[in-house]
Design a protein around this ligand. Sequence first.
Ligand SMILES: [Zn+2]
Length: 78
Amino acid sequence: MSEFIELMVCEVCIHLLANGEYVDGTDAADKAGQGMAKRWQGYHLIPGSDDFGYCMSSCEGCGSSEHGNRFRAFADKF
Ligand SMILES: [Zn+2]
């Protein structure tokens, strides 16, 4: 049975999931990509469409604790 988990992810994560890249001139995309790969091994992460606005919770995708806008994503177990 597939397990479908709702996540709130940061702006970097949602860009990576939706577009496959995030370019801001820093290593933010690398860090987020590595964070997601590590935390969500064995899952497909799928971008959603909800925008939660500014949140102070950690990103559930990459684990970043930086405050910022959060967006809906889903984790689907292979
Ligand atoms: Zn993130």
